[in-house]
Design a protein around this ligand. Structure first.
Ligand SMILES: [Zn+2]
Length: 692
């Protein structure tokens, strides 16, 4: 439910990052710090990024972004390039300076030492290369000593804690109880795959067949790197592919997983044992160090039945191969150059089209953010997110919420009864802006200057354990799921909160130097997007407290579904790449949020500037500036390989349609550019999708 896919999708933690040990926020002392670096400035509406030779009524995205696309070719180390991606990159450069200073400084506070040493160890490629495969030898030895299937439980628990990876057969953690959002319960989820989606294993088109063959080669290569002969690596890779294919077949699709009822299967421990008796669950949970619990949500029971069947039918030698491969595959980015290269060659070059590896410093900055995000974030917000910026974005959020209230009250298709409930939900939304009020304490994480893999493991295990320790505890509403430097935002339906990290409130997105029109078009639209997620086809199924509870009358629910179908039908026509269309059942929530968000932003902007005499600037009327500002949030260049991966995995539509698909449903757009009824950016009035 974020505005954007994550930039580091290969390195997502399986566990949601949560705080249990918290310290109060203290402004770090700045007395002995060198002057902070500055983020480069570019405006949130840049006329130079437009292509005014294009008719906005024919292709608005190209009109607003044509110049940007021409001036911003995809850098060779990127899989795509966009306004968000560029800001992410600017942030990395900024954070690099902070981290280099932190690594060098002699008198350091705790936070500076943690992030400085983590970064220094990551940058020490010589030491990493000298250790080579020895760095994961203890893990490989533990796997090699697996003597029987029953002993798998204890081994798997340790591997999952240390790697935080979903790739180790399945995923475990805590989650909010879907029926009691104030309570955390245990959760088991599907996983176990090395390819980015279960569909890669089941699709029968030529490209999918090729990708599977290429993946098996990758598995083989990784096994060779940890010491298998070429012949046994080949045999083992085939066995691993068989295990993964069986797991994939039993996995829910991404579309299924958007239905919260399809992932809700709360059961007693005894029922779990009956579901998958071949696995030693008691030993497993003991080894995880999980608190005692009675109820677990098994999000995909069929998957665990398949795991159980495989435990009976697959030999222990094959399981050892499977675990050895995944252990090395997950850790490959933190090992010596040969591993890093193979990881890049398959996941970023072959699958996503990158031409060269990101320089080491970029990878290291991102790993510090991932491992110690709220330590790095403290330093970041101190330098880039002052009280004025916080206040102005808080005000804008309030304006967008007021627009939503106005909009709900005015809906002609919704009954008074459902409207009342919708307003209760709207008023129940928590706004989280910039950074957490309490920072996570990384004190228990052992971080040294010379053990890169060790640091990654310790930070990951710390998060794994903290997530598990929440089982049985009340929910902490102050927690964030993104670090402050993150250039992204999200809505969480179970928390019923909207979250805007400081990183997404910077130019060229939020721009205090510019007029209101592009700011509302861009950041106002983003706030409206997250707010609308509370009321999209998925989010609407949760109530004000975040419980899975139906607050709609049957008639209103049907009217909503009809309106959502209008959006789904529209986006299903759009092509992602070659002959692949948008899977609009996967993107529906985001498409609805894009449309709702921009409508709310327009209302809020009109309200905020009521009675003001707004003048044209750079040859654009205020209304035109609103829409160009909107479009320029998502100017992008995309590689075909990356688009193929995203067609299967990304719930967001491609950039062009996130702009053009929205404006065709807004008569305010056609009016702003005097578009005629027969032009592509104008839908006949009776076919406009009206939802929120
Ligand atoms: Zn979203």
């Amino acid at each position: 439910m974020s505005r954007l896919r994550t930039h580091t999708s290969e390195v997502i933690l399986a566990f949601v990052v949560i705080c249990t040990a918290l310290t109060s926020f203290q402004q770090p002392s700045s007395a002995q710090q060198p002057a902070p670096p500055a983020l480069p400035y570019s405006p949130s509406l840049d006329p130079g990024s437009m292509d005014r030779s294009i008719d906005p009524c024919v292709d608005f995205y190209q009109y607003a972004c044509g110049g940007w696309k021409k001036n911003n070719p995809i850098p060779s180390d990127q899989t795509s390039w966009s306004v968000y991606g560029k800001l992410h990159e600017d942030n990395l450069k900024f954070l690099r300076t902070i981290l280099e200073q932190a690594a060098r400084a002699t008198a350091r506070d705790t936070v500076t030492r943690e992030i400085g040493d983590f970064y220094a160890a990551c940058m020490d490629e010589t030491t990493v290369n000298a250790r080579g495969v020895a760095a994961i030898r203890p893990t490989l030895d533990a796997i090699a000593s697996l003597g029987n299937i029953r002993a798998l439980a204890a081994l798997l628990a340790r591997l999952q804690i240390d790697t935080g990876s979903r790739q180790m057969v399945f995923a475990v953690g805590s989650e909010q109880d879907p029926d009691d959002s104030e309570q955390q319960i245990a959760q088991l989820d599907q996983g176990g795959l090395g390819l980015p989606d279960r569909d890669y294993y089941t699709n029968t088109d030529a490209k999918s067949v090729e990708t599977r063959a290429r993946y098996v080669q990758h598995v083989q290569k990784v096994l060779e790197l940890i010491g298998d002969s070429s012949e046994s690596a080949k045999t083992n890779a085939d066995a691993i592919m068989k295990i993964e294919t069986d797991l994939a077949r039993a996995s829910l699709t991404r579309v299924d997983r958007r239905d919260p009822y399809k992932t809700k299967h709360k059961m007693k421990r005894a029922e779990l044992k009956a579901l998958a008796p071949a696995f030693d669950w008691d030993r497993y949970f003991r080894e995880l160090g999980a608190p005692k619990f009675e109820v677990v949500n098994v999000s995909a029971p069929e998957f665990f039945k398949a795991v159980n069947a495989q435990l009976g039918s697959t030999g222990v030698a094959e399981w050892r191969s499977y675990l050895r491969f995944h252990a090395a595959n997950v850790d490959a980015p933190y090992l010596s150059s040969a591993f890093v290269q193979e990881d890049f060659d398959f996941y970023r070059a072959y699958l996503r089209g990158a031409k060269e590896m990101q320089p080491r410093w970029k990878r290291c900055v991102q790993l510090v953010d991932r491992g110690l995000g709220e330590a790095l974030g403290q330093v970041y917000v101190r330098d880039v997110f002052g009280p004025d910026l916080k206040q102005s974005t808080v005000d804008m959020v309030k304006g967008i919420e007021a627009a939503m209230e106005q909009r709900i009250n005015g809906l002609d298709w919704m009954s008074a009864e459902t409207k009342r409930q919708a307003l209760v939900k709207l008023h129940g939304i928590r706004n989280k802006i910039g950074y957490p009020e309490k920072w996570r304490d990384y004190g228990p994480v052992d971080i040294g200057k010379s053990d890169f893999l060790g640091n990654v493991r310790h930070a990951t295990a710390f998060e794994s354990r903290r997530d598990l320790q929440k089982i049985g505890k009340p929910v902490d509403h102050g927690e964030w799921g993104m670090s402050p430097p993150t250039v992204n935002a999200y809505y969480d339906p179970q928390m019923n909160d909207i979250n805007f990290p400081a990183g997404v409130l910077q130019p060229p997105l939020y721009d205090a130097k510019l007029d209101a029109a592009p700011n509302y078009g861009d950041t106002g639209g983003m706030i409206g997007h997250e707010l609308t997620h509370g009321f999209d086809d998925e989010g609407r199924q949760f109530d004000a407290k975040g419980n899975l509870a139906d607050w709609w009358t049957a008639e209103d629910a049907q009217r909503f579904k009809d309106r959502a179908q209008c959006v789904a039908d529209q986006y299903a026509q759009y092509v992602v790449v070659d002959d692949i269309h948008i899977n609009s059942k996967l993107t529906l929530g985001e498409d609805v949020a894009d449309l709702g968000g921009e409508i709310l932003a327009f209302i809020a902007w009109k309200d905020a500037t009521k009675g003001k005499d707004l003048k044209p600037i750079d040859g654009l009327t205020p209304e035109q500036r609103f829409f160009v500002g909107f479009a320029q949030w998502d100017c992008a260049n995309e590689r075909p390989e990356d688009m193929r991966v995203r067609a299967l995995t990304d719930p967001h539509s491609p950039s062009r349609y996130r702009i053009n698909g929205v404006v065709v449903n807004m008569p305010e757009f056609a009016a702003a550019f005097s578009c005629k009824g027969s032009q592509p950016m104008v839908k006949p009035a009776n076919t406009i999708c009206k939802i929120w």
